[in-house]
Design a protein around this ligand. Structure first.
Ligand code: PMP
Length: 442
């Protein structure tokens, strides 16, 4: 009898196996992600990881100390839930700090929301604003999640590429040589357009959008009554005396813009996952609905430490001791170091005006990694895989930052992150110069 019982339950459990499709329609076509593969490859093979965008140097001491105080201090409330839309000390200082930069008073309770990294701020925007059938304009190459997040919300991303112009003779290309065709951009605005995503400084090129272009984009937004989602996570990482301009500070834009920032990029602490969205209450109220019904809030102690970091920076704004002054200075040197290494090796860099990324042209290395005609895999991905496996150098192919239809335009490009210790950049240089020697010696 027990045997019969066992066999009945076995057959029931076999029948109980699910056979119906489980995946929600909104995930169709977005379930493969290049980061999973490339982060794993870097962990397995790389000697030098210049792939994923994070510093391998520590955040500033004042920030680490603030986190340690938050964890070890007497205020036990910092271990518990805080206000859902942002820990009060953090939203207050963010409102004060950025209010000054936007030239307007921000209400910390309604005009600022703290998120789990800039990533979640983006997610909240797309979920809050994009309906089935809506179009969202995305400038290419772009931070990859814009495309998938628009699609997940039921919208259609519409891509407008930055187009490279040849640099002057003998000069290296700059991210400033990649430009929008403004007539092409204007042609993409129509009745279905709900929003445009801006990312200046831009990942992966490091392009800083100049004021004149921001002004024209603003005019288009106002003319067509379009929202602007402005991802400004690299706002402090701008080089060569260039200036970061916040599009929400241009005429007519505050009312229609959500500006997104990240403590991860601002304070070199990407693992803390503290980000924020700022804008008028009429927009942020909808972000709060998504946030309240998804993650609820971001880690309290991390928010407390970031609040203290901003309080320090508020007092030091523009002064030589400010981290926001020091960090770009250090990163500009690192940029120049990697530019030099790549240029000397014959892997032509596009010199970035901002961010901690730079894109390089791999055309001269094609003989090492022959193309496979009609392969499904984009060439830049094949190349980056080969490079990490054979040279121990990890980078990200530009195929990660463009739509499928435009992949062939980016096949000769890969992205490096230069927010790395001197020793790491030196090892990268050693690898590149040795590689060049091997190529040139008979
Ligand atoms: N936007 C851009 C352009 C980024 O490059 C990144 C991180 N790579 C993010 C947003 C996400 O930032 P966070 O780590 O704060 O979620």
């Amino acid at each position: 009898l027990p045997l019969a019982k066992a066999s009945t339950s076995l057959s029931l459990s076999l029948q109980a196996k699910m056979s119906r499709p489980v995946q929600a329609r909104r995930l169709e076509g977005i379930d493969k992600n290049i980061w999973v593969e490339f982060v794993k490859l870097a962990a397995t093979y790389s000697t030098v990881d210049l792939g994923q965008g994070f510093p391998n140097f520590p955040p500033p001491d004042f920030l680490k100390e603030a986190f340690a105080r938050a964890l070890g201090g007497e205020n036990h409330a910092l271990h518990q839930y805080t206000r859902a839309f942002g820990h009060p000390p953090l939203v207050k200082i963010l409102a004060q700090f950025f209010g000054k930069l936007f030239g307007r008073e921000l209400d910390p309770m309604t005009d600022v929301m703290v998120t789990v990294g800039a990533y979640q701020a983006l997610f909240c925007c797309f979920q809050a604003f994009v309906d089935e059938g809506d179009e969202v304009i995305v400038i290419e190459p772009f931070f990859d999640c814009y495309e998938t997040m628009v699609k997940m919300a039921g919208g259609t991303p519409v891509f407008v590429p930055l187009r490279p112009k040849a640099p002057k003779d003998g000069k290296l290309m700059s991210s400033a040589d990649w430009q929008l065709d403004l007539a092409e951009l204007a042609s993409k605005f129509n009745k279905r357009t709900k929003a445009i995503v801006l990312n200046s400084p831009n990942n992966p090129l490091g392009k800083v959008t100049p004021l004149a272009v921001l002004g024209l984009i603003a005019d288009l937004c106002v003319k067509h009554d379009i929202l602007c989602i402005s991802d400004e996570v690299y706002e402090w990482l701008v080089y060569d005396g260039k200036e970061h301009i916040r599009i929400a500070s241009l005429q007519g834009m505050w009312d229609r813009t959500v500006t997104i920032g990240s403590a991860g990029k601002t304070f070199s602490a990407t693992g803390w996952k503290v980000g924020w969205a700022m804008g008028p209450n009429r927009l942020l109220q909808h972000l709060r609905t998504v946030h309240q019904n998804s993650v609820y809030h971001c880690a309290t102690a991390a928010q407390e430490a970031v609040a203290q970091g901003f309080q320090r920076e508020f007092a030091l704004y523009g002064k030589p001791d400010s981290y926001f002054v020091q960090l770009p200075k250090q990163l500009q040197q690192k940029r120049d170091r990697l530019v030099q290494s790549l240029d000397a090796a014959g892997m032509k860099p596009v010199v970035p005006e901002g961010t901690y990324f730079l894109v390089a042209d791999i055309s001269a290395f094609k003989s090492d990694v022959p193309d496979v005609p009609n392969s499904d895999e984009p060439y830049s991905a094949r190349f980056a895989k080969w490079m990490v496996k054979n040279k121990g150098l990890a980078a990200i192919p530009l195929s990660a930052f463009c739509c499928e239809a435009h992949r062939s335009n980016y096949n000769h490009l890969i992205r490096f992150c230069f927010a790395k210790e001197e020793a790491t950049l030196k090892t990268a240089n050693d690898i590149l110069q040795k590689w060049k020697q091997e190529k040139t010696s008979p």
